[in-house]
Design a protein around this ligand. Structure first.
Ligand SMILES: Cc1cc2nc3c(=O)[nH]c(=O)nc-3n(C[C@H](O)[C@H](O)[C@H](O)COP(=O)(O)OP(=O)(O)OC[C@H]3O[C@@H](n4cnc5c(N)ncnc54)[C@H](O)[C@@H]3O)c2cc1C
Length: 421
């Protein structure tokens, strides 16, 4: 089957939906083509035995008016941004360097002495040096250095600092000392509250966009002909377009264009992103009060977990609760078999003294092929080669993977809304 559309949007995640909204405002007609059977992309969710799970943590803290005008149409709950850290055998508040109180006195002295001896300036502009300069060697080694290897799947020295923004709390001597002598520390998180739909999972926030858009699900793009202005899909359909908007990962876009050698191919090969294994667990009772937490121990494969049933009680049957663990991989494939991941989460639950075998109703595995863009040094240079090519071809590109950036959902929406049509 062959058809023509005015604005062809590849991908029906929030960025594609933002682009569709932009098309409407410009008086143009957009059609979104989505590989999956449902829209939403990373913001979609799934149900296991009556428990609803998002695709990883997903909470909203946007103050942007364009975003709030849409998200706030859905009734929501608010949560304080109190997160926690698990380290060996104890829990520390977040950010960990400002909440050393639960540690042994010797450990605190060692960490603070090392903080006081930290370098005055950065020896080079990589993330490893940024951490040393901020926190000193011992805090870095014990907390963010270990976390980086789990979450980013590489050593901090291989990363740039361009992604940090508000994500990491800068170190202050007064805050570190205060948090070492009392647990009554203020919350310094970059957002004061997190919002989440009362019902329907995080995706409920974008249902108004989905309802307003024309979406063809079950359409996986398999080839893009930029000269002929057409896209071929896995189901055999071929669609021509006037304007193409991409939200697919840049390396995938380049491959779909049939580029197999040359600078464009080489640039695409340099762009790396993690994939994520999710282990979702249903419990027959409440197991924690923590909305989300970070895990540093190397024998626990997951770097982060959150509770869907705390995000909204509607995510679990009455009297039950849930957690979802995120385990990161350096590329598209899992580093572990699903059964091994499940076994490790079982081990983690016991080590953290959260739950025993008797509490667990089920454990479920899901793989997300695209997680976070990895900010290797010089990533931006390679990304620019692809962006320049797309601009020359008059292809609009937006979203977390279409811009190839560390975008939150509201930023991905605004990225779609900002395409030129
Ligand atoms: C672990 C994790 C936690 C996060 N937590 C938060 C949070 O708490 N708060 C927050 O605001 N943001 C969070 N985010 C960010 C948020 O998920 C993203 O910014 C946003 O969902 C990206 O939307 P997108 O449309 O750009 O990409 P996607 O949602 O990935 O959409 C791309 C779409 O393209 C489709 N597609 C792929 N290949 C093809 C193909 N060949 N043909 C057709 N379609 C295809 C995909 O199926 C998908 O639907 C988190 C992200 C991750 C990974």
């Amino acid at each position: 089957m062959s058809e023509h559309v005015d604005v062809l949007v590849l991908g029906a995640g929030i960025a594609g939906l933002g682009a569709a909204e932009k098309a409407k405002r410009c008086g143009r007609e957009a059609v979104l083509f989505e590989a999956q059977e449902t829209a939403g992309g990373l913001l979609d969710n799934f149900i296991v035995n009556g428990f609803r799970f998002d695709n990883a943590v997903h909470l909203s803290f946007s103050e942007d008016k364009e975003v709030r005008d849409i998200f706030d149409r859905t009734p929501y709950l608010t949560h304080p941004t109190d997160s926690f850290n698990f380290d060996e055998d104890r829990w520390l508040k977040h950010p960990v360097q400002n909440n050393l109180y639960p540690l042994e006195a010797e450990d605190k002295v060692e960490l603070i002495e090392s903080f006081l001896a930290r370098p005055d300036s950065m020896a080079s502009d990589d993330y490893g040096n940024w951490l040393l300069h901020q926190y000193g060697e011992k805090i870095t080694d014990r907390f963010p250095g270990r976390y980086t290897r789990k979450y980013w799947q590489t050593d901090a020295r291989n990363l740039s600092t361009t992604w940090i923004g508000k994500r990491m709390r800068r170190a202050e001597l007064s805050e570190i000392l205060y948090g070492a002598v009392t647990d009554q520390t203020p919350n310094t998180y970059y957002a004061k509250e997190m919002r989440y739909p009362k019902e329907g999972g995080y995706k409920a926030f974008i249902e108004p966009l989905i309802e307003a858009a024309t979406i063809r699900c079950g359409h996986r793009a398999v080839a893009i002909d930029l000269n002929g202005k057409s896209v071929r899909f896995g189901n055999g359909n071929e669609v021509t377009y006037t304007t193409l908007v991409n939200t697919l990962p840049l390396p995938l876009f380049v491959a779909l264009c049939g580029v197999t050698r040359g600078p464009l191919h080489d640039a695409a090969a340099q762009l790396k992103a993690t994939s994520i294994d999710l282990i979702s667990v249903g419990f027959n009772r409440k197991v924690t009060d923590y909305l989300w937490f970070y895990m540093y121990d190397e024998d626990i494969l997951a770097s982060r977990a959150y509770s869907p049933s705390i995000k909204s009680p509607a995510n679990a049957p009455d009297g039950c609760s849930s957690l979802q663990f995120e385990i990161y991989n350096p590329d598209r494939t899992s580093q572990h078999q699903p059964d091994d991941l499940i076994e490790n989460v079982r081990y983690a639950l016991a080590k953290m003294k959260l739950a025993t075998e008797d509490d667990i109703l089920f454990m479920h595995h899901k793989h997300l092929p695209w997680g976070n863009v990895i900010f290797f040094k010089e990533m931006e240079k390679h990304r620019q080669v692809i962006r320049d090519f797309m601009a020359a071809q008059k292809v609009e590109t937006c979203g977390r993977f279409g811009e190839w950036d560390y975008l939150w959902s509201h930023q991905a929406f605004l990225s779609g809304l900002n395409v030129s049509l």
